[in-house]
Write a protein that binds this ligand. Structure first.
Ligand code: UDX
Length: 450
């Protein structure tokens, strides 16, 4: 496994758990040292235990020497980073190609070289060229095996996937069969639980990853527009989501309205798909609209809050619960909380924030003048308004009456619809949420109609 980052680490540990002998190559010295000691530099529930158990069982090891790691390997996974390239937003494949070159030099016999990183269509084929050029004598195949892991439930997603996608080269002499055989053996435990394993061409496999993430992003942008519409015409987006989602062709998942999607995948992969389509001379208008709707949504949350606060937040104290882009992660990439908190601070609010796991990671993207609180109730103390931005479980349990007693004001803005509007109103709070009827929104609607 080349790369001990998020994908490499989760996949490596899970393959080891399947009984496969896994050697992870990590070149960053600090990171390598902590991994060797079983310390995990990222937050992913259950990963530390899984890594420690498999190190102890002798199936998982970490090192910085590619040659040592790939000696005798049947499959070499490239799971290095593909950050957006400066300037044009393309995925930067420098690390992927450098890894391919090094792997080629280090291999001594047949292996399948697998891309696990999310890479543009055509990358696996370019890797094959690089390897062939570096080692004309080497017997190898390339494969594309995209990951569909969600942060926060990555281990379950790996162990019980909806499907595994494996792209191999379709050659006339049936050259991909050997690669498929190796991959089949690696994923053998999944055959036992009857997880579908889909073999495709390299290009289809590479596309599936972008298409899946763009489609999910599209579902979210769609339901967010429906939420806005509900607010205008007086519907409840929960009922709408359920009502459409029970149609098996639509499906109930990923229809939660909110402040817009963030994270490391949806924003990056939608843009990448647009670029791939553009370069291929194909249309990607639905994905473009998905991105525009999401950008506009994230940007509009600040205004929504200001309006719920009576038009201005100047001099007011605002509590913000949840900073990460979703619960069970410390990831702040493209988190909706970032534009929200900046907007509030720029408009003269004193902002008190709390996140169960993401406080350290948040510092880099938060404005300087923000108060980091010890817990949710501490953040709520003496606040004029409270905003729930990320739906951590810990926030669900907060009793409305407790909030009312702690806060100076009465305004609660729930961007994830976790609280019960009736309970909030019963506690005397001025509660508004997303796409649901509530006192605050009914007033806005009256004002609009009036
Ligand atoms: C996603 C994909 O789900 C995963 O398959 C892929 O491998 C990587 O990208 P991840 O980014 O970890 O995973 O998080 P996910 O749970 O998919 O949520 C992404 C964003 O969408 C979050 O900001 C979340 O809050 C938002 N979201 C999700 C909604 O707003 N509504 C929903 O119904 C679902």
């Amino acid at each position: 496994m080349i790369g001990g980052g998020y994908v490499g680490l989760v996949s490596g540990a899970c393959f080891a758990e399947f009984g496969v002998e896994v050697a992870v190559v990590e070149t960053h010295p600090g990171r390598l040292e902590s991994l060797r000691q079983g310390r995990i530099p990222i937050y992913e529930p259950g990963l530390d235990t899984l890594v420690a158990a498999n190190i102890a069982a002798g199936r998982l090891s970490f090192g910085d020497d590619i040659r040592e790691a790939v000696a005798g390997a049947e499959a070499v996974f490239i799971a290095v980073g593909t950050p957006p390239r400066n300037g044009d937003g393309h995925a930067d494949l420098t690390y992927v190609f450098a890894a391919a070159e090094q792997v080629a030099q280090a291999l001594s016999g047949y292996a399948v070289i697998v891309t696990k990183s999310t890479v543009p269509v055509g990358t696996s084929r370019r890797i094959a060229e690089i390897v062939r050029h570096a080692r004309p004598d080497l017997e190898f195949d390339v494969a594309s095996n995209p990951e569909f892991l969600r942060e926060g439930s990555a281990i379950a997603d790996f162990m019980r996937p909806d499907r595994v996608v494996i792209g191999t080269d379709v050659t006339q002499d049936g050259g991909s069969e050997r690669a498929q055989e190796v991959m089949r053996r690696l994923y053998r435990p999944l055959y036992l639980i009857e997880a579908p394993i889909l073999f495709t061409s390299l290009e289809s496999s590479e596309l599936i990853k972008y298409a899946a993430n763009s489609f999910l992003a599209m579902k979210i942008s769609f339901i967010n527009e429906m939420a806005d519409l509900c607010e205008r015409v007086g519907g409840d987006v929960h009922d709408v989501a359920r009502g459409i989602g029970l149609d098996g062709r639509i499906g109930r998942k990923f229809l939660h309205a909110g402040p817009g999607y963030g994270g490391s995948c949806f924003p990056k992969d939608t843009l990448a798909l647009m670029r791939i389509a553009q370069e291929a001379g194909a249309s990607s208008r639905l994905v473009e609209a998905t991105v525009q709707v999401n950008d506009a949504r994230k940007a509009s949350m600040g205004a929504r809050i200001m309006s719920a606060c009576g038009g201005s937040v100047r001099g007011k104290t605002i509590a913000v619960l949840g900073l990460t882009f979703k619960p069970e992660t410390d990831d702040m990439r493209d988190a909706p909380s970032i534009p929200i908190v900046h907007r509030l601070v720029e408009n003269g609010a004193a902002v008190r924030v709390y996140d169960p796991v993401g406080m350290e990671a948040a510092r880099a993207s938060m404005p300087e003048r923000v108060t980091y609180c010890a817990d949710a109730l501490d953040a709520a103390r003496d606040a004029d308004a409270l905003i729930l931005v990320t739906e951590w479980n810990a926030f669900r349990a907060i009793a409305p009456a407790r909030l009312r007693d702690l806060m100076r004001g009465r305004i609660v803005i729930d961007l994830r619809n976790v609280y019960d509007p009736a309970a909030m109103a019963a506690a005397g709070l001025d509660y508004s949420s997303i796409g649901r009827p509530s006192r605050g929104q009914a007033k806005t609607l009256e004002a609009q109609v009036g």
